[in-house]
Design a protein around this ligand. Structure first.
Ligand code: AMP
Ligand code: MG
Length: 409
């Protein structure tokens, strides 16, 4: 296999992920752990709720006292959240109780306050309910010792709250991958800057940076390198020296005179395994690595065209970031759909076609690829609901034929 070969996308994913593993673990306070990935299973340190608790505001009573209604009971005290009523209850007694408070010893029934009349130290119960109805029993949610979260779980807001409720102040998580982002091209200017003839707004940077963060990694945006070897070399060195685990470049990834990522990275010692993928969009894709101070630094060189770079990011870079961060690295998920129009035979590059998706009366996904698929066209990427996947040399397909799509909206 040489760098001149068009590598099938499936093989390329294997090459990118080969030998990659999580970069390390650390303990983090809950507040800093959002969107990180658990590195160990998490066992609850506590039973929740830790006691039988009232689910409503009302009165704790004995069921035997409310068999005949109305019933008058003596109110002997109060149990509120955080301040239990400490004595056991006896016949004909009631304890005023509030949501979240401990159900007093001896009580088996909560009467909601709407069904009572309070008068001078007494309460008149007007209508009853079965024992236990408004009581959250100890352990209703979970018990001490239960494994509720597992290594590999991403700490979503819900999971973070659960971990807190399990009484963990710190969580074992995978270290966050650091991803350096370098945009290349003499023609690039930042949004809002004055433009000269021939210039292009750097747009990739923003979508790729957001995608990196969505993967749970930290972005180091190193800005734009002009199309000179020295400019690119110094950005790559900066990325390596600042501790990047992955360097993502955009632009300059193919074989034109001004495509410098491959030669400059090779001069720095990166070994490359991939330069071209049998895929559209996303054909120029560089993949190399270097060892630096005991760690592997990956270089993924994305094309300059916005759609190519975003698609290639999702297919190749996202699973790599996920693997380094301890996450499930499975690639883009293909789901079945039906074509909304005819498609010609495909060539030697697998294709991801931007398409609109409609749901038919019988519930099928109907995917209709746009007629224009140029890899520079961002507006129709945003308009697309899915990417229709066409395998290498896929046969002529007719409207109504089955197909596979990646959902993107
Ligand atoms: P290249 O891969 O460097 O040959 O660039 C291919 C095309 O993508 C050219 O039209 C570039 O102007 C454009 N391009 C390169 N980088 C970016 C970027 N960061 N944002 C938007 N377009 C870009
Ligand atoms: Mg360029």
């Amino acid at each position: 296999m040489s760098l001149k070969d068009l590598i099938p996308a499936e093989d390329a994913i294997g090459i990118v992920l080969d030998g990659a593993s999580s970069i390390g673990e650390e303990m983090l306070p809950l507040k800093q752990a959002a969107n990180r990935t658990l590195s160990q299973n998490l066992v609850s340190l506590r039973t929740q709720p830790p006691f039988d608790a009232s689910a409503m505001d009302g009165y704790a009573v004995l069921q035997s006292d409310v068999q005949t209604l109305p019933a008058k009971l003596t109110v002997i005290g109060e149990s509120k959240a955080g301040t239990p009523f400490d004595n056991p209850m006896s016949q004909s007694e009631a304890v005023r109780i509030f949501t979240g408070a401990v159900v007093p010893e001896g009580a088996d029934t909560i009467i909601i306050q709407e069904n009572t009349n309070a008068v001078d130290g007494e309460v008149e119960v007007l209508s009853g309910n079965p024992p236990g109805k408004f009581i959250r029993n100890a352990g209703l949610d979970f018990a001490e010792g239960e494994t509720l979260l597992e290594a590999g779980d991403v700490l979503t807001p819900y999971r973070l709250s659960l971990a807190a409720s399990m009484n963990h102040a710190e969580l074992p998580v995978y270290q966050q991958a650091k991803v350096a982002l370098i945009s290349t091209g003499d023609e690039l200017v930042m949004p809002g800057e004055a433009t000269q003839p021939g210039q292009i707004i750097a747009s990739n940077t923003f979508g790729i940076a957001a995608s990196i963060e969505n993967c749970g990694a930290a972005v180091m945006d190193l800005g734009i390198a002009g199309d000179t070897k020295s400019a690119l070399r110094s950005k790559l060195e900066e990325a390596i020296n600042q501790g990047a685990n992955i360097i993502v470049t955009t632009g300059g990834a193919s074989v034109g005179d001004h495509d410098l990522v491959l030669p400059v990275a090779q001069e720095l010692g990166f070994g490359f395994k991939i330069a071209k993928i049998a895929m559209r969009p996303g054909k120029p894709f560089l993949f190399g690595k270097i060892q630096h101070e005991g760690r592997t630094v990956y270089l993924t060189g994305l094309a300059g065209n916005p759609v190519s770079s975003l698609v290639a990011f999702n297919v190749f870079v996202k699973p790599l970031i996920h693997l380094l961060s301890g996450r499930d690295a499975s690639a883009m998920n293909l789901v079945p759909a039906v074509l909304g129009c005819d498609l010609p035979q495909n060539d030697e590059r697998a294709e991801y076609m931007r398409a609109r998706l409609e749901i038919s009366a019988d519930g099928k996904r109907i995917a209709s690829p746009f007629s224009k698929q140029d890899s520079s066209m961002l507006a129709n990427l945003v308009r697309a609901d899915c990417l229709v996947y066409r395998a290498v040399k896929a046969e002529v397909a007719k409207a109504g034929d089955g197909c596979e799509v990646v959902l993107i909206s």
